[in-house]
Design a protein around this ligand. Structure first.
Ligand code: HEC
Length: 96
């Protein structure tokens, strides 16, 4: 999704910004199994932007490490089964 990705780089760029930058909490993730879990678990601390921005660089291993870091270091309250569902979703929809 080049438009949303570029948005973080080109802050004030006409149509791209006005289309995508409706407010960071309005980000809708791609349709797919597990989306609701990700949307409810991952917005409590930061915008879902972080997922889109990391999509070009993270593969399954990367997402596992990233979600693991959210749980172990940042203190996200996500249980093991949900972590699996989240990693599956992120790898399928936002994997490198
Ligand atoms: C308990 C709070 C919390 C929750 C819940 C949380 N995060 Fe984070 N996340 C953070 C913090 C704090 C940072 C670092 C922010 C910064 O450095 O600006 C971060 C950063 C990130 C980053 C940027 C890369 C990095 O590793 O710093 C990604 C990607 C990310 N989070 C994904 C997720 C995903 C996916 C979820 C849901 C599974 C999630 N986060 C849930 C606190 C959280």
């Amino acid at each position: 999704m080049p438009c949303t990705f570029l948005r973080s780089l080109i802050v004030a760029a006409g149509t791209c910004a006005s289309l995508a930058w409706a407010g960071e909490d309005n980000i809708r993730l791609k349709e797919g199994p597990g989306r609701e879990i990700v949307e409810t678990r991952c917005v409590s601390c930061h915008s879902l932007d972080y997922i889109e921005m990391n999509s070009p660089i993270l593969d399954r291993k990367g997402w596992e490490a990233s979600v693991g870091k959210m749980v172990r270091i940042m203190g996200a309250r996500i249980d093991e089964a949900e972590v699996q569902a989240i990693v599956d979703y992120l790898t399928t929809q936002y994997g490198k």
